[in-house]
Structure formats: C-alpha cells, structure tokens
Design a protein around this ligand. Structure first.
Ligand code: PMP
Length: 437
C-alpha cells in the first residue's frame, strides 16, 4: 500500500491557507471518505507522480483537457516558444486566427468565434448573447448537466456540486434562479411542457449534447433532433455546451460526430468550448451563427471582454494539441484501448457480483455502481456512492488515479499503452474481489 505522508502534511498546511485545501472543490476527497487528496508533483505521458513519489496511471486527465498525455513534447515546445516571445500583449495575434480557423474547419456551425479563459466564461457568454439576440430572459437546462459556476447554470448542476451534496449553490438570488427551468435529460415531453408553459420567455435551451457530467450519457435517438426543432419553433436558440465533448471522441464535436445521422437536424445556434482546445492551459471559446455572434462588442450591444483572453500561450498550446489530434489513428487507438479496459472492468465486476453499469463512448467511459441503465441524472444519482468510494480507494492504492466522484468519467489519452490497460485491469480485478468479500 502507498504511503501518503507528504500529501497529508501538505494538506494540513493547505487547509490553513486555501479554502478546503483545494482550488476547485471537485479535487477534495470529501465524497470518497475524506482526508488528504493526493498532492501531485509532476506528470509525464499517462502517469502522475505524487509528492511521496508514488506513480499513478492517470484516468482523471484533469477532468478532460489532457488528451495527448501529460507534457506532450509537441505541446511543451509550443508553450515554451510562445513564452519566450512574451506571455501577454493585450493586442491581437496571428495565432488566434490559426486556432479560430482550425475550430471552424472542424465545426460547420461556427461562423464566428471568440476566445475566453474557461468553460464557465464561454457558457456564461453564450447565455448573454442568446438573451441579447432574442430579447428574452429565461433558459432551459437539463438536470445534472454542469455548465460551469456562473449563477444561472448552477441550478441542478450535476457532478461537482452534487458530489459535495450541494446541487443548488447558495449565494444565487432567487430572482436569478427563477430564470432557469430544469428538465430531465432525454425527456422530450418534459421539454415540450416547459416550452409550452414559458415558450415566449425562453432565450435558449442549453444542453451537453452528449453528457459528460453524470457519467457518459448518449442522447436517446431523436432527442437532439426533437430538442432543436421544438426550441426553434418556440423562437429560442439552441446552445450546446461542448466543453467536455469537444475533440473528445473524434476530431470534431458531438454535433459533428458520426453516430448522429442527420447533422443538419442537430446543429446548434451557439456552442461553448473549453478544455481540450487549450491543450491543458486555461481556455474557453464560444461561437456560432454570424448574425448571432455579431451581437457581441465591438460589433454589437452584448459586452464580453478579457485581459487574458486569447493569450498566446494558451492559444499556442491549443493549436499544438489539435495538431497532435489531427494525426491519423489517434482516436481509433484510444477507442480500442478503452473498449478493452471498459469491457474487462465490466466482466470483472459481473464475475464478482458487484453491480456495475458501464457507459462507454470511444475513449471515455463511466462506471456507475448500480444494476440499472444510466440515461439521466436521477439514474446516475441512484447509484452506490459508498461502493464507488471503496473502489476509488482500492484503485488509488494500486496506482490507478480516478476522479474522486461517482459521477465522473474515465478518460484515456494518446499516451496510455496496452501495458497500462493490462495493469489497470489487474488492479480492478483485485478491487472487485475485495469488494465482493
Ligand atoms: N461545461 C462543461 C460541460 C464542463 O464539463 C465544465 C467543466 N467541467 C464547464 C462547462 C466549466 O468549465 P471550466 O471549469 O473551464 O470553467
């Protein structure tokens, strides 16, 4: 078993100075029995090394952005080169055009784009733009979808807050909360009712087109088509939050993914991006139809700005990351490794009588401790958090790092190897055996 002496010391120290000892609540181990989270020292490829020199195979992948493995040489050298040319100008660069072009080439719904610093900012601004464009105030979102920590979307906000038992954050005025209507994911009837009731007040329907925040959950056949049609019929805009799903399953977004036969029928008006498009550095982006995006200053009346926005280091890192992902076979390899891993985990759990539902989409999958399917947030909540916590600890102590939340997915990278997968399968076998006892 691993020794965590230094992590425990640092956690005690961190608690004195940093609220909860962590700079994002999802990093806390509160939901998996508490105590010190593992403090990391460095990461390389598929591996993390903690301050006690334990090595872990990383499936957390920083909650999504790390898809080429840590410290990928192509990205690292792009970052270094950028830093040597100055870190921030407060003036435009050609780099921003290069990344914008790359995004547009992969995403037909993006006529115009704007770079920001986080997924939260990207989502927050899509809502402002939709309100400016429609002259309406309310939005509809889906229970369990997380769209960052801005006021409006923290209602019924899924994995992060729910893991810590606060599905609806304090500090949000009722006047703001009442501008959000929540509907269960995959429930077109629920959406229809909400649109009928509040139709002419709805500025936008916001959705993760493939959910990454209560496990990996596909939209039911026809769900996105129905959502887009009903939303437009009500005069509202469709906003896709593709902060997790962007460039995660293939070189493109969920909205351009081959599993959806009629792409025109599911095309959104606005899209929020983040995570992978920054190659591990802070970034966000939003974009969409020209006439909607032209609501944004300096062209239009909707204001959005950022001192750090489009900074040359994040942009260079993002360009380099997409260059790695453009290489042939990259996604196929992650897909194949994840299929082996997810299949073996399910088989091992079954053999030991541990109820487990595995949802896999290409190189990402979720493991819910339950025997029912997980297609919406209620089903994801109705899973065994204590079993997950045991599994999480048993894996951690064998050098396998997962997110400390029963809702989060496992992510593979281009750096994971067959040997890593074999090691992980062995660890899972030992974990399920212990849990069956
Ligand atoms: N949208 C989705 C779908 C996300 O998963 C997240 C982050 N997990 C966000 C928005 C917020 O992004 P950020 O943490 O960069 O603000």
């Amino acid at each position: 078993s691993f020794i965590h002496t230094r992590s425990e010391q640092l956690y005690t120290e961190a608690l004195e100075h940093i609220v909860g000892g962590v700079n994002s609540p999802s990093r806390s181990f509160k939901a998996v029995g508490g105590g010190a989270p593992v403090f990391m020292k460095r990461a390389q490829g598929a591996y993390f090394y903690d301050v006690d020199d334990n090595r872990y195979i990383d499936y957390l992948c920083a909650y999504g952005p790390i898809i080429t493995g840590h410290a990928h040489p192509h990205i690292t050298s792009a970052i270094t080169r950028a830093a040597e040319n100055g870190t921030l100008y407060g003036a435009p660069t050609e780099l921003e055009i290069i990344l914008a072009r790359k995004l547009k080439a992969a995403i037909p719904s993006l006529d115009k784009v704007r770079f920001v610093n986080s997924g939260t900012e990207a989502v927050m601004t899509t809502i402002r733009v939709a309100r400016a464009y429609t002259g309406r105030n309310k939005i509809i979102k889906f229970a369990g979808c997380y769209h960052g920590h801005s006021d409006l979307v923290l209602v019924a906000a899924g994995s992060g807050p729910s893991t810590l038992g606060i599905p609806d954050s304090a500090g949000i005025p009722p006047s703001i909360a009442q501008e959000v209507i929540t509907v269960p994911f995959n429930d077109l009837d629920g959406l229809k009712q909400a649109l009928e009731r509040w139709g002419d007040e709805i500025a936008a329907v916001m959705v993760e087109p493939i959910v990454g925040n209560f496990g990996m959950v596909m939209p039911a056949p026809g769900f996105l088509e129905g959502l887009c049609k009903m939303t437009r019929d009500a005069g509202a805009l469709v906003i896709y939050d593709e902060v997790i799903t962007g460039f995660r399953f293939h070189y493109g977004l969920a909205q351009t993914y081959d599993v959806f036969p009629d792409k025109a029928a599911i095309e959104p008006d606005l899209t929020a991006l983040g995570k992978i498009i920054g190659g591990g550095l802070p970034i966000g982006a939003y974009g969409g139809r020209k006439e909607i995006m032209e609501q944004v200053a300096p062209l239009g009346p909707a204001y959005q700005a950022g001192t750090m926005a489009g900074n040359p280091i994040s942009i260079s890192s993002g360009i380099a990351c997409l260059e790695v992902l453009e290489q042939p076979g990259v996604y196929e390899t992650m897909d194949a490794l994840a299929a082996t891993l997810a299949g073996a985990i399910k088989e091992s759990a079954d053999r030991h009588g541990v109820p487990l539902t595995v949802n896999r989409i290409r190189g990402s999958f979720s493991t819910h401790f339950c025997s029912h399917p997980v297609t919406n947030y209620d089903e994801a909540q109705d899973t065994d958090g204590e079993q997950f916590a045991r599994f999480f600890r048993l894996m951690l102590e064998q050098g396998i790092c997962l997110a400390p939340s029963k809702y989060e997915a496992w992510f593979l990278t281009t750096a994971h190897t067959e040997a890593d997968i074999a090691e992980t399968i062995e660890a899972a076998e030992i974990a399920f055996k212990a849990m069956a006892r």
